[in-house]
Design a binder for this molecule. Structure first.
Ligand SMILES: *[C@@H]1O[C@H](CO)[C@@H](O)[C@H](O)[C@H]1NC(C)=O
Ligand SMILES: *[C@@H]1O[C@H](CO)[C@@H](O)[C@H](O)[C@H]1NC(C)=O
Ligand SMILES: *[C@@H]1O[C@H](CO)[C@@H](O)[C@H](O)[C@H]1NC(C)=O
Ligand SMILES: *[C@@H]1O[C@H](CO)[C@@H](O)[C@H](O)[C@H]1NC(C)=O
Length: 588
């Protein structure tokens, strides 16, 4: 997984050097032979240590954040250039903006706790959205095969001529977070207007995530208009409840895909996620190759009820309060390791961002071979809570309840502690941590202790009540498998090269150093959480442009969500380039 763990090419060359002095010992006396052996041993030891040393040094120079070159289609080179001109034309721009505006105008809100499709009428909005898509993108709907999964999940298949190639899977979601009714008046343009002011397109979903979804469909419509027929199959999978856990949409789409294609069947999966932004004197693109895990620990204290006039020293609420204090006084320890994907992000900044603070760069470089520097690096970067939350397991007490009446002792009190699990930890380790943390207090308050998987305390222990930990909503999720990003990982190389090609062509630039591509971690989860079995190469990246200090990014999940028209056009270029590059790749 780690680019730093991969290099083992030096052992054979050590073996060769060992043989060299052994070639002519036959005629030598026993003493001389001993001397020769001693020499061999010594030189072997010396060679080895020098080699190991230079290997570490070599690694830290050569392998740190290696960059792919610009990748443009070769077989369809002219086609790609012409397609780019087509996308850049005023006529196409107008149509592309209209496509997205029309999509924003169909509100497709998803809510927490919606009943299944077919019973909850709120899902019906998605039917109108489907109608819109089929009129807006006639060629897509005439050419691609469309299967609807669980009524509103959209699964498009664009069959390639070579069935032996693993398909490319592109994802996006149709739903948007609801507009809070009391904020409607705060919007500069009404939330479902899709208004385009010449620069920005406004409305809920314009960015998250109809921007991606419509950019993908626009790309394919444009490719079809130019008579492109793929060699590699392209599959599109659009869920409809990503903002509300994704169970009914992506959950079922993934199952359908798995049934048809099986394990690790896709060359690569690309879903919403990272974009590119100006950082420390360069532009860094950040495809997310890892996602943190998730656990809601419910902490419940059950004690005898009774009249408040005759209270025990500690009620269930008092005990719960003490337990919660224990959590906050003992945050998770967060060691920074070289295997942490965020560590690779740091290395990329050290290598490619010219105005990174000097001390930080030095510490990052040094940390490649010094544990002390690594430790100092952790201390340095964890001053920023956002960074800390990307690396370590977090805890936040988010819900609490207990008691119904002032003259009745509360028989039960509970709270929920939300955890986002470090990519280097697991659901089990997080459960074990919580169990251990509260164990002394369970004993102190004479509570029998029920852990996630059953009774913990000895039977017959003195019990004033029960302390019970559980997975509050059954939504525990392991950290996602880390997508490989080493120089031998062809899908990562292809994605990186595509990002560079897109960035360059959109600005008329040349060369491979205008943008650096860095692996990154996502602290939230996308619909890809259901897709792990389908591919080892999952990327959360939609080539969105983040504000660069001159312009504040439109309010995703809040008022005034918007997208720059030009950034959206660049996304269309990204998806067309990705499809064409993947189409002719022989290594993915
Ligand atoms: C790209 O993905 C990010 C992360 O999920 C999302 O916030 C953003 O709105 C997406 N952008 C577009 C244009 O879809
Ligand atoms: C793309 O390249 C292939 C292989 O050379 C060719 O058969 C095909 O016609 C090209 N497609 C277009 C639309 O030019
Ligand atoms: C940042 O914004 C300025 C002004 O709009 C623009 O000239 C520059 O190219 C932008 N940089 C990036 C990386 O988009
Ligand atoms: C727990 O039980 C022991 C033994 O029965 C008793 O001495 C102690 O006071 C109890 N502690 C609490 C907090 O109830």
């Amino acid at each position: 997984m780690s680019t730093l763990q991969k290099k083992e090419p030096l052992l054979p060359s050590i073996a060769q050097e060992v043989q060299f002095p052994q070639q002519k010992p036959q005629r030598l006396s026993f003493r001389a032979l001993l001397a020769v052996l001693g020499f061999v041993y010594l030189s072997l030891a010396l060679t080895k240590s020098t080699l190991v040393y230079s290997r570490i040094r070599g690694d830290s120079r050569k392998v740190i954040c290696p960059q792919a070159g610009v990748l443009t289609p070769q077989r369809n080179a002219t086609f790609w250039v012409n397609l780019g001109d087509h996308i850049q034309s005023e006529a196409f721009k107008t149509r592309a903006i209209d496509w997205l505006a029309g999509a924003v105008q169909v509100p497709t809100e998803s809510y927490d706790n919606m009943d299944p499709v077919g019973t909850d009428p709120r899902w019906e909005a998605f039917g109108a959205f489907h109608d819109y898509l089929s009129t807006a993108f006639p060629l897509v709907h005439a050419t691609l095969q469309l299967t609807k999964v669980n009524t509103y999940g959209l699964l498009y298949t664009w069959k390639g001529s070579d069935g032996g190639l693993k398909p490319l899977l592109l994802m996006a979601h149709q739903d948007v977070v609801p507009v809070e009714p009391s904020t409607v008046d705060d919007w500069t343009h009404p939330p479902y207007s899709g208004h385009f002011d010449g620069e920005l397109l406004w409305g809920r979903g314009s960015s998250d995530d109809k921007g991606s979804l419509i950019a993908i469909l626009s790309s394919i419509e444009a490719l079809l208009e130019q008579n492109f027929a793929p060699t590699r199959t392209v599959v599109l999978s659009f869920g409809f409840d990503e903002e509300a856990s994704g169970r009914q949409g992506a959950g079922q789409l993934a199952e359908a895909l798995h049934e048809t294609y099986g394990d690790d069947a896709f060359a690569m999966v690309v879903d919403e996620g990272g974009g590119y932004a100006q950082k420390y004197g360069t532009v860094i693109a950040s495809p997310a190759i890892a996602e943190k895990g998730y656990l809601d620990t419910r902490v419940e204290v059950i004690t005898a009820g009774g009249h408040s006039s005759l209270p025990p020293t500690h009620t269930s609420i008092g005990i719960l309060a003490r337990l919660l204090v224990e959590f906050e006084e003992n945050p998770f320890e967060i060691p920074l390791t070289r295997q942490d994907p965020y560590y690779w992000t740091l290395q990329c900044m050290a290598e490619h961002a010219p105005s990174l603070p000097h001390t930080l760069r030095k510490t990052i470089r040094h940390s490649a071979h010094s544990n002390k520097a690594l430790h100092n690096l952790g201390k340095l970067i964890f001053k920023d809570p956002a960074t800390k939350s990307l690396v370590g397991t977090t805890q936040a007490i988010d819900l609490i309840q207990g008691g119904v009446k002032t003259n009745a002792l509360p028989e039960r009190a509970w709270a929920v502690v939300n955890h986002r699990i470090s990519t280097s930890s697991s659901v089990d380790a997080t459960k074990a941590h919580d169990l251990e943390l509260l164990r002394p207090l369970a004993a102190k308050f004479n509570l029998s202790y029920i852990g996630f998987d059953g009774l913990i305390s000895e039977e017959g222990a003195p019990s004033q009540g029960t302390l019970k930990l559980s997975d509050a909503f059954g939504g525990a999720l392991e950290p996602a498998p880390v997508t490989p990003t080493d120089p031998n990982s062809a899908p990562w190389q292809l994605l990186s090269g595509t990002i560079k090609a897109t960035y360059n062509v959109h600005r008329g630039l040349e060369g491979s150093t205008n943008v650096a591509v860095s692996p990154s971690v996502m602290s939230g989860n996308t619909d890809t959480r259901y897709y792990w079995a389908l591919s080892r190469h999952i990327f959360r990246y939609n080539h969105s442009r983040a504000g660069n200090g001159t312009k504040v990014l439109g309010g995703i999940h809040t008022v005034n969500e918007n997208i720059e028209g030009d950034a959206y056009l660049e996304m269309i270029r990204f998806f067309t380039t990705l499809i064409l590059n993947a189409d002719e790749a022989t290594s993915i």
